[in-house]
Every structure is written in structure tokens, then in C-alpha cells.
Design a protein around this ligand. Structure first.
Ligand code: SF4
Ligand code: SF4
Length: 768
């Protein structure tokens, strides 16, 4: 965090820089001199170079950084760029009160890709309670004008979000609505800085007013479907990954003051005069030297760095003792729980009652700047993307991707409910979801459920015979069969066929447009007009006429469906194979099982990623012109499509390649890695035509995995493997470089690709 200007044009009474215990600002230059900017940039570059950091995160802060003016800020940005970018990507942020923001500054920030966070406390009454000029006048209009400027399409990429310091005297609903009205990409809520010596205001008699206030806001947020990222709530969720204020991750922020002093995290200024000081400066001391300072080192110790009360606390994983500064008490120093302890404990409970879809993300600490610039830490986003950027991704990450895909399917299912002609199927699904959740989950996780739901919701899709059919009854039927629960469902018929997703299909001439299906354990009975048929699902029973069971094969990761019947498998933009003859299906099954073993032999980490989510393979129709084809569909997570091929070694590469697309597609359903609207076209070595950024991202991710496969084969001296490895390595390197040079990635995207580059270089050195 670079304090480029140490004075401010506002006079907020809750400001920890001017109004709290520390008053060191008085002895510092108003603006950071050019020589200090230079020295700071060199220290950051030195650190990035020595530690091989893919990205350096720099937050321009104050006081008020906009007091430097456009020309002064341009000099700072140019210096940072020139000095740091030869060694690492530069992720630039700024925290401002917004008062001076104008179009020229916005253009500058877009030019240098600076993401700007604006301090804004909510509606006029809330904002004016503290955020005023020295003469007492309101800053509300100026800040809203700044937010409107950042929202403009041409500036939007520089809009990082809003930092809101809460006050429990404000109306939480009005604050929430005022924040959302500014369409921020992210909101940071801050508890007002306080210590045990100077506890926070607690108006009224409630023991936990901050938890109550935040709980109300959290309720609105959950009810609204979490329309914006709110870091506090995400950080306090199970597995939330922590921030500077919460969790056990090591602190990773250092401050460079306007005079070049290294300081610890800024909020310590609330504890006592000089609390943030280290005695080091950028002219004489490196980052590594500062990190050995006891005040910095103690915040690298996780739970061991906390007081006994926190260490024994059931919420310690998520709360982490709260913000370091809030633990201060004269006498015992920082060896205390947070002064907000009771509120935090209660808030953790409130948030636990509504776990977020990212609840099980594994913790993996990596630096990541907050909107506020007042702290940085690994977020769930970072953890998931960093793990995927290894090329493969852990079982936990795959589990998370599968869970979030399932959530999307459930949301689409609920949307389809309104289009269903009957409520009976929905009610049966709801009942089964309570009585036999695993059966419902197994059906909804089928890769071709989501394409069916999307097709149903597509207003342009034709309806009636041959067109869109209501998918809910067939899903309820399949779930009831899997659960062994007696039920009766009227099911739409398409081309004389009833699909029972994950289990099979029944084709009988004369079924008409719908049929009454009765389910009893192990069997189903179908009636339509004069047609009546009982199907026994027992595989040892004689085959029932018209029943075509789904085909699956044992693979090291479990059972893999050879999906050659579901009508919604036709989602790959290329012709799919009609139902295979039994010998051909068996041969494909054998090849797939053997290919899976080959993946396990060559790249066990990729085999584990397949285990974690690949559930079906769709055979593509043969094409003599292109005998070796494969594909992935964004809506069909859990499946890939391949042309039937007899060589398991080749099939192994196809599976790994396509599974990369599936994983990245699922991640892209969650996070923007490419700037929305980025219209760059990028030349890559594996395609003759320039590609959009997301296509290149998909390409490099797939080619990274293929490189890893060939490297592994080269290490075991397989013929021609070294040449293949070098070929894919060169492709991937070129793709990564072109992607980074295109500047079409978001900060998360740049971080992801930066990590990919590391994974790639690891791949390219020495045998495994
Ligand atoms: S705008 Fe920020 S730095 Fe300025 S007085 Fe307010 S809180 Fe302090
Ligand atoms: S809730 Fe209280 S005791 Fe528990 S970790 Fe947080 S501050 Fe410590």
C-alpha cells in the first residue's frame, strides 16, 4: 500500500489516520516525493523478482491519493509500471473518497488499468453522519457523482467497488439499498475501528448491536440471491478464506508511507501513537527485512498468534480473532480477542445458517488486494482459481465446481417450474428431495439435465411435437425410480420415446404425446391409449421390449456413462453418434476405461480431477475428414464428447484436454476472468483465425494439461513424447504471452494466467 498523499480533503470523524491515537501523519510530507516513489517501486520489483511472484499488488492510498492530480498520479503510475512490470504483472488499485474524481482521472485509470475503490457509507443520512468536509458540509453528492463516472461503460473496468464503514445508528435497509444502487462489483463492509481502550459505540441495550445490524443486511443479501460480492459475509462463511479482518491466513500487506517508511497494516494507527511503525524504510530495507519485524511476523502464525480465548473459540477458523488492531488493550497489548468478539461470534452463527455456494472451498493463502486497500488476503475466488491454475485442481476444487454446477441446475429447474403445465412433477421432486436427496442429486447432476432446462427456457426454442418438452416429469420419474419410491407421473413423449435420465429410455410405437407412468421399486409401468408396458429394471431379468438401459462402464473413478441416447447430448455443435450397436458400445467402454488408467499412469493429478467430475462420454458421429475429434459443451458439465477411437493412449489425451475445458467453463460460470465486453482478437499458433480472449484462455488451459501429459511420457522415455511436449509447451507459452499482452483479462484472470505460466514452466523443467 503506497501512501502517495498523506493529507485529505475530507474530515471524516471516524478516520483512523487523523482522528485516532496515531498522529504520525503530522510529521510526513504531504505528497510522496518522486525519489521515494522510485525507491518504493524498486523494492517491490526486487521482491517480485527474488520470489518469482507472478503478480505484484499495489494499492495507491492516502490520505487522499487524488490530491496528487492527474499529472502527479500519471508520474507515479508510469514509474511503477516501468520498474515493476519487467518482473511481474502489476495489479494496481486505488482507494479514494471520490470527491475529486473526474473524467480525465478516469481515463488515466483505464489507461493504467487501475481498479478504484470508493469510500461511501450508504444513503445521504448514513454518509453524512461521518463523511463530511472540514466545514461540516456533505460529501454525498460528490461521491455519488464519482460512482456514476466509474459506472460509465468506458470506465467500468476501473470500478473496483465500495468501502462502507458501518454505523449501527444507520438504517441497514437503506444503507444496503444505497450501496446496491451504485452497482458496485464488490462491497467491503468495515466495522468502525475501536479497541478495548476505546470500545465501539453501543447505542441501546442489545448485547450484540453490530451482529444484529449486519445480520439484517445479510438477510436482505441472501434473500436477494447475493446480488453483489460482500467480502465480510463471504470471508466469514465456512471455508471463506479470510481477509485482513478475519480468518487465520498470514497478513500480507505492508504500507509505504509518504516519507518512505515501511509500516505495518494501516488500521493499527487506531491502537496507539506509532503502533504501525517498524523503524525501516524503503531506502535502506527490503521487503524481506520488514517481514522479519516482530509485529509483522506474529501475524504469520495463524492460530498460534492468537490469545488463549481465541485459540479455544469454536469460530476461530473463520473469525481469526478479528482485525488485529481491534484486539488492542493497554497492558495486554494485542493478546486479546477482538473488542467486537460477541458480535463476531454471533455474526458467524448468522452467516452459518445460510452457507454460501462456495462454502467448501479449500483454504489456500495467496496475496490479493482488497477493495479497501486496507488489507489483503486469499479469497475463495483466489483459492479455487489458484488450485485450478496448477493445471489440474484438487478433489475439493472439483467437488466445489460440481456443487456450484448443481446449484445452477437447481436454479434453472426452479425457473422451469413456472413453465411446467403441471405442479405434480415439481411436488414429487420436492418430496423426493426431502425423502431421498441422493436420488435427486444423482439425477440433477446428470450432464444433460441442464441443456434440457436451458432448451426449455429458451423462448426461441420450438414447442410442441419435436420441440421443447417439459423436462420436470422425466426428472421426477428418474428420481423416484432411483429412490425406489412409489409414484405416478404423466410424462411427455418425444418421438414415441420416454427418456428416463441416467437410467435409460423406453421406445414404444403409439405412445402419443404423453403417457401415465407408475413407479414401483425396481419397475415402471407405462400406459398411453391402448399401449401398456411394464419394464423391470433388474438387469438379471429378461429385457423388456422397447427398454434401452443407459450404458455405463467401470473406470478407476467409479462408473462412466457412455451416453448415446439422451436427446440433449446434441449440444456440442457437431453431429453426435446415434445409439451404438452393443459391440461398439462395449469397445468404446473398454477404451475409455483403459484411457483412464493411462491418465492415472501418466499424470495422476489429472486422473484425480477426472475422478472428481467426469461422469459421461458422448460418442460423436464419425467424419472421415476428421477422424479424431472431441468437444465440450458449457451447459453439460460432467461430460465430454469424443469420436470413438481404439487407442487408449490417444483417448487419454483427448479426455484430459476436454476435461480442462469443462473445468474452466465451470469456473467461468462463477467468475469473470475476461473483462466483460473485451473485443480483442488474439493470434494463437493452434488456430489460423484470431481468437477472442476466452477462446485463448480455454486453449492455453487445455494445452497446459496436454503439455503435462507429454512431459510425463517423455520422462518415461516414450517414443516422440519429448517432441510433442516441446510442441505443446511452445503453443501454450505463446498463448499465455498473447493473452497477457492483450490486456483483456480481469485482475482475477491475470492472476490465473500468471499462475498458469508458473505451472507451465514447472512442467518444462526436468523429469517428474
Ligand atoms: S476520506 Fe478517508 S482519509 Fe480522508 S478523512 Fe475520510 S476516512 Fe480519512
Ligand atoms: S469470536 Fe471472539 S474469541 Fe472467537 S476468534 Fe473471534 S474474537 Fe476470538
Amino acid at each position: 500500500m503506497l501512501k502517495v498523499h498523506s493529507r485529505c480533503d475530507l474530515s471524516c470523524d471516524h478516520c483512523y489516520i487523523y482522528q485516532h491515537a496515531d498522529q504520525t501523519w503530522r510529521g510526513r510530507p504531504a505528497r510522496m516525493p518522486a525519489a521515494t516513489v522510485q525507491a518504493a517501486a524498486r523494492r517491490i520489483a526486487e521482491h517480485a523478482h527474488e520470489h518469482g511472484l507472478p503478480v505484484a499488488h499495489v494499492v495507491l492510498h492516502g490520505g487522499e491519493p487524488l490530491l496528487l492530480g492527474a499529472a502527479g498520479l500519471r508520474e507515479v503510475l508510469a514509474e511503477l509500471h516501468a520498474t515493476i512490470t519487467p518482473w511481474a504483472l502489476l495489479d494496481l488499485r486505488m482507494q479514494t473518497n471520490g470527491v475529486l474524481l473526474d473524467e480525465e482521472l478516469c481515463r488515466l485509470f483505464v489507461e493504467y488499468d487501475v481498479r478504484v475503490g470508493v469510500s461511501f457509507d450508504g444513503d445521504r443520512a448514513a454518509n453524512d453522519r461521518h463523511r463530511v468536509f472540514a466545514h461540516g458540509g456533505s460529501s454525498h453528492d460528490q461521491v455519488r457523482r464519482a460512482l456514476a463516472l466509474l459506472r460509465r461503460p468506458e470506465h467500468r473496468t476501473s470500478y473496483a467497488g465500495i468501502l462502507c464503514t458501518i454505523d449501527v445508528r444507520n438504517d441497514p435497509d437503506r444503507v444496503y439499498e444505497a450501496l446496491l444502487a451504485e452497482s458496485p462489483p464488490r462491497v467491503d463492509l468495515l466495522l468502525p475501528h475501536a479497541t478495548w481502550d476505546h470500545p465501539p459505540e453501543r447505542p441501546g441495550s442489545a448485547p450484540t448491536p453490530y451482529a444484529d445490524w449486519l445480520g439484517r443486511l445479510h438477510r436482505r443479501w441472501v434473500d436477494d440471491g447475493r446480488p453483489v460480492s460482500i467480502r465480510m459475509f463471504e470471508a466469514l462463511s465456512p471455508g471463506g478464506g479470510g481477509t485482513e479482518a478475519f480468518g487465520l491466513a498470514p497478513a500480507d500487506v505492508l504500507v509505504i508511507e509518504a516519507d518512505g517508511s515501511w509500516e505495518q497494516v494501516d488500521s493499527l494507527k487506531t491502537a496507539y501513537h506509532g503502533a504501525a511503525g517498524t523503524g525501516f524504510d524503503v531506502f535502506d530495507h527490503s521487503v524481506d527485512e520488514v517481514t522479519r519485524h516482530p509485529g509483522v511476523a506474529v501475524r504469520q502464525d495463524g492460530v498460534d498468534g492468537l490469545c488463549a480465548t481465541c485459540r479455544a473459540c469454536p469460530a476461530v477458523e473463520r473469525c481469526g480473532g478479528g482485525l488485529y488492531a481491534h484486539r488492542w488493550r493497554t497492558g495486554s497489548g494485542f493478546d486479546n480477542p477482538s473488542v467486537y468478539c460477541a458480535d463476531l461470534l454471533r455474526l458467524v452463527d448468522t452467516i452459518s445458517a445460510h452457507p454460501s455456494p462456495t462454502a467448501s472451498v479449500p483454504r489456500q493463502r495467496q496475496p490479493s488486494p482488497s477493495v479497501s486497500g486496507a488489507g489483503s488476503s486469499s479469497s475463495p475466488v483466489d483459492a479455487l482459481l489458484d488450485d485450478l491454475a496448477t493445471g489440474y485442481g484438487s478433489a475439493e476444487t472439483l467437488g466445489l465446481l460440481a456443487a456450484t454446477q448443481l446449484s445452477l441446475t437447481r436454479a434453472l429447474l426452479a425457473a422451469c417450474r413456472g413453465r411446467s403445465g403441471t405442479t405434480a412433477a415439481w411436488e414429487l421432486l420436492v418430496h423426493l428431495d426431502q425423502a431421498a436427496p441422493e436420488a435427486v442429486r444423482a439425477v440433477l447432476a446428470h450432464p444433460f439435465v441442464r441443456p434440457a432446462l436451458v432448451h426449455r427456457l429458451d423462448a426461441s426454442a420450438p414447442s410442441g411435437p419435436g420441440g421443447s418438452v417439459d423436462p420436470l416429469p422425466a426428472l421426477a420419474l428418474a428420481a423416484a425410480l432411483r429412490a425406489g419410491v412409489a409414484a405416478a407421473v404423466r410424462v411427455p413423449v418425444r418421438a414415441d420415446t420416454i427418456m428416463v435420465p441416467t437410467l435409460g429410455s423406453l421406445a414404444l410405437p403409439g405412445l402419443g404425446e404423453s403417457a401415465e407412468v407408475t413407479v414401483r421399486p425396481g419397475a415402471l409401468q407405462v400406459r398411453s391409449g391402448s399401449v401398456e408396458q411394464t419394464v423391470l429394471l433388474d438387469p438379471t431379468a429378461p429385457p423388456s421390449p422397447g427398454w434401452q438401459p443407459a450404458r455405463d462402464v467401470a473406470v478407476p473413478g467409479g462408473r462412466l456413462l457412455v451416453e448415446d441416447a439422451d436427446p440433449y447430448r446434441d449440444c456440442y455443435g457437431q453431429p453426435v453418434h446415434p445409439r451404438l450397436e452393443l459391440p461398439a458400445a462395449r469397445e468404446l467402454g473398454r477404451t475409455l476405461a483403459e484411457a483412464w488408467r493411462v491418465v492415472r499412469r501418466d499424470v495422476p493429478a489429472h486422473a484425480a480431477a477426472l475422478d472428481g467430475g467426469l461422469r459421461a462420454v458422448v460418442p460423436l458421429a464419425p467424419d472421415p475428414a476428421r477422424p479424431l475429434r472431441s468437444a465440450t459443451a458449457r451447459h453439460a458439465f460432467g461430460a465430454v464428447a469424443v469420436t470413438p477411437h481404439r487407442d487408449p493412449e490417444t483417448m487419454a489425451v483427448l479426455l484430459v484436454h476436454e476435461w480442462q475445458h469443462a473445468k474452466l467453463g465451470a469456473a467461468l460460470d462463477l467468475y469473470d476472468l475476461v473483462e466483460p465486453g473485451a473485443d480483442a482478437r488474439i493470434r494463437v499458433p493452434w488456430r489460423p483465425d484470431p481468437r477472442p480472449p476466452e477462446g485463448v484462455l480455454q486453449g492455453v488451459y487445455a494445452h497446459l494439461a496436454v503439455t503435462q501429459v507429454w512431459r510425463a511420457r517423455a520422462a518415461s522415455d516414450q517414443k516422440d513424447a519429448s517432441a510433442h511436449a516441446a510442441h505443446f509447451l511452445a503453443w501454450t507459452r505463446d498463448g499465455v504471452d498473447a493473452l497477457l499482452a492483450s490486456r483483456s483479462l480481469t485482475a482475477a484472470g491475470e492472476r490465473f494466467v500468471g499462475h498458469l505460466r508458473h505451472a507451465l514452466e514447472e512442467t518444462s523443467v526436468g523429469p517428474r
